[in-house]
Design a protein around this ligand. Structure first.
Ligand code: AMP
Ligand code: GLY
Length: 420
């Protein structure tokens, strides 16, 4: 079987997807839009933005691709999968009704309540609410406040500062009409990516992201500064609980609906001191950078797996994994995550290269008029490595990172610290 595929998006996640697809025997042609300087090594880049839904549909038709894989959540919330399906093009990525699991925290909470999935208690606040008494009823721990809209990673505040909490609640109510106040879940976070369709699901090995910008989990929240997979915090026993309490009930509930969920459900987990897992969030796409460390561990044909999920044939498909460890370290622009300095020359990325055991994953990269590699975003690139042990993957990954220079850039030195 030889299929062509279009990947939508242009970050590190899409680089990882293009790389894995280019290594899949089932795939003959990989297209990506808009891609980045790194995806061009494995795929044909196209200039259509991931927010141009009509443009994406007509590109898929022009290219006659066998299916489309959607990287980011926004086009899914904007009905890209629905429109592709109307045109007879299979899509890896759920239809808009399911994309609300990421687009609306309240929708996700209600879906979890229906499926009896463990998550934090919450209340909804609006302009008629007594905010002071709401805050006092959730006092004693940091307050967790979540906007009920897609906010590009900036929709959640976790704080012990009552004024900050009050301000964020008021601002959110003003812009969105309401906001969620949620009880704080103590514990350790992990991510579980579950590929699913109406017929079945496949849990990919659990991973762990590093969301804070500085070493020791200090500083502002980011899109993710590095990740590793598998994450040993998810022991076999905890994995079993995640399967029984979260994945199976969610799959049963979603596959019982008129529209099946076809794509990957990202389950953001908090594991408490008793080893009990709770859902912190759902995303309807691969995590970034979790995708970069998870796909390389799939020994089976990734293109076939994702096509199976896009066409409701996962039940006929069995997946095997490498008994290895993968780790990625993100190099970020000066100023990230606040205001990233862009347009600077990146040196050494080619030297760091693309070997079987270690490679550069591009994210915010492009080329200038003289074809020099430059930074175009906050998270610029990452160095990823796969090895028999996590410690070896870590060494390889940091070795590659040491070959790259970008003025003012920064990265975390402690990726993998919880497991090492
Ligand atoms: P979310 O976008 O819902 O994943 O929230 C962003 C981050 O806030 C998560 O990765 C957690 O680190 C933190 N967070 C969210 N909800 C909670 C919670 N109920 N308790 C503790 N931390 C949370
Ligand atoms: N790395 C977290 C996310 O993709 O949402």
């Amino acid at each position: 079987m030889s299929r062509s595929v279009l990947v939508v998006g242009g970050g590190g996640r899409e680089h990882a997807l293009c790389r894995a697809l280019s290594q899949s025997e089932s795939i003959s042609d990989v297209h990506v839009t808009p891609g980045n300087a790194g995806t061009a090594n494995y795929a044909t880049n196209h200039p259509i933005s991931a927010s141009d839904i009509d443009g994406l549909v007509s590109l898929s038709q022009t290219l006659c691709v066998d299916y489309v894989i959607v990287g980011p959540e926004a086009p899914l919330c904007d009905s890209l999968a629905d429109i592709l399906l109307e045109h007879g093009i299979p899509c890896f990525g759920p239809q808009a009704i399911h994309a609300e699991l990421e687009g609306s925290k309240l929708f996700a909470k209600e879906a979890m309540r229906r499926a009896n999935v463990p998550t934090a208690d919450y209340m909804v606040l609006d302009s008629s609410s007594d905010i002071e008494s709401a805050l006092s009823s959730y006092s004693g721990n940091p307050w967790v406040i979540k906007r009920d809209v897609l906010a590009g990673g900036k929709g959640v505040v976790v704080t012990t500062n009552a004024q900050e909490a009050t301000d964020f609640i008021n601002d959110s109510i003003q812009t969105d009409g309401h906001v969620l106040l949620e009880s704080f879940l103590p514990g350790e976070e992990a991510s579980m990516l579950v590929v699913m369709d109406a017929s079945g699901f496949v849990c990919l090995p659990p991973s762990q992201d590093h969301k804070r910008v500085w070493d020791g989990d200090k500083g502002l929240n980011t899109g993710g500064m590095g990740a590793y997979c598998p994450a040993p915090v998810v022991t076999e026993e905890i994995h079993r609980k995640v399967l029984e309490r979260i994945v199976k009930p969610m799959h049963e509930s979603l596959s019982g609906m008129d529209v099946p969920y076809r794509g990957v459900l990202y389950v953001g987990l908090m594991i408490d001191e008793h080893g009990d897992p709770f859902v912190v969030e759902f995303n309807v796409r691969f995590g970034d950078p979790e995708c970069q460390v998870t796909l390389p561990l799939i020994a089976s044909d990734v293109g076939e797996l994702l096509f199976a999920a896009a066409t409701d044939s996962l039940d006929n498909y069995s997946v095997s994994f490498h008994d290895k460890h993968c780790l990625t370290v993100v190099l970020a622009s000066e100023g990230y995550p606040q205001s990233a300095k862009k347009g600077r020359v990146i040196l050494g990325a080619e030297l760091a290269g693309d070997a079987d055991d270690a490679w550069v994953s591009h994210a915010g990269t492009g080329t200038d008029d003289s074809n020099t590699l430059i930074s175009t975003g906050g998270r610029v690139l990452a160095t990823t490595a796969i090895a028999p042990s996590l410690a070896e993957a870590r060494v390889l990954s940091y070795q590659r990172l040491g070959m790259i220079s970008l003025q003012g850039s920064h990265y975390r030195n402690d990726i993998g610290h919880r497991a090492l």
